[in-house]
Design a protein around this ligand. Structure first.
Ligand code: ARG
Length: 280
């Protein structure tokens, strides 16, 4: 009886020690540690800098604004990134690129993290890891204000020229939910908005908050009164990190939890909307 107990204790200690050594330095063939980290978080901490990729054409998430005569990237995603950097105790650097280049930049290590109102769908999850969702979104369409009475439902858009950001879920919505649509995909939403104003496209599929923001800033633009169907898998925005950086995603979730518990995100959205410049 006593001997059996002794044996059990010895086994427990040995197993414990083994598990410890695996989590401490074990790497599998892909170079991913047993704790799910590939060193992306360690790299950020060591360099003292968090390099964030975004596509700053997405107000109120992220957009360009002239502050004291200087061009700056502002928005609620940027404020969230600042909080993540603060919790990590590192500096923040923002890189603006086209939306369809963001995940590649993450894989090559050009950026450490992507925050761009990005929806965590199954396809993207194959190549990156996502944090939890920090903001829910709905899908609608930006049109010319003069067409407001024309486009009362999705059917009215049949066969129309529709703009959507290249590589975004809106591109899929435009193709799948609008019958016979001729979809034009561009890297930057700012260019799609110009195409809309110049009548090269008749509408741009956009998230409701973003469409409202563009409509508020441009008197000649408006938002339709209907929404596109939601795919439950393609909802909301999350932060992306390099595949295999589970520890990094968990660290980011801690900051997001804090902000969500403080109900800070809604406030940041309002602040960001107030920063959008109105064009006459
Ligand atoms: N939520 C959409 C997606 O993930 C659009 C995001 C576009 N973001 C941007 N910063 N332009 O596909």
């Amino acid at each position: 009886m006593k001997k059996g107990l002794f044996k059990k204790i010895v086994t427990a200690i040995t197993v414990g020690a083994l598990t410890l050594s695996i989590t401490a330095c074990g790497k599998n063939t892909k170079g991913v540690s047993a704790d799910g980290s590939d060193g992306a978080l360690a790299k950020v901490k060591k360099s003292g800098k968090l390099v964030v990729g975004t596509s700053a054409d997405f107000p109120p998430y992220e957009f360009h604004k002239e502050v004291n005569g200087k061009d700056e990237i502002v928005g609620f995603d940027i404020e969230i990134a600042k909080e993540i950097a603060k919790d990590l105790g590192v500096k923040l650097e923002i890189k603006d690129m086209s939306f369809d280049g963001l995940l590649g930049a993450l894989s090559t290590g050009n950026v450490d993290m992507v925050i761009a109102g990005m929806t965590p769908d199954a396809e993207r999850s194959k190549s990156v890891d996502f944090s939890k969702i920090y903001y829910e979104a709905e899908q609608t369409m930006l049109i010319r204000a003069e067409d407001k009475d024309k486009y009362t439902g999705v059917e009215a858009l049949t066969g129309k020229k529709i703009g959507a950001q290249k590589g975004s879920i809106q591109e899929g919505i435009a193709k799948e939910q609008i019958k016979d649509s001729q979809v034009k995909g561009l890297g930057k939403i700012t260019n799609l908005v110009l195409e809309l104003k110049n009548k090269k496209v008749d509408g741009v599929v956009m998230e409701t908050v973003v469409a409202k923001s563009y409509a508020a800033a441009n008197k000649d633009l408006a938002v339709v009164n209907f929404k596109f169907q939601e795919n439950s898998e393609e909802k909301g925005a999350a932060v992306a990190v390099k595949k295999g950086s589970k520890d990094f995603a968990e660290q980011i979730n801690k900051t997001l939890d804090r902000l969500m518990n403080e109900k800070a995100i809604e406030k940041l959205v309002i602040d960001a909307n107030n920063q959008v410049d109105i064009k006459e």
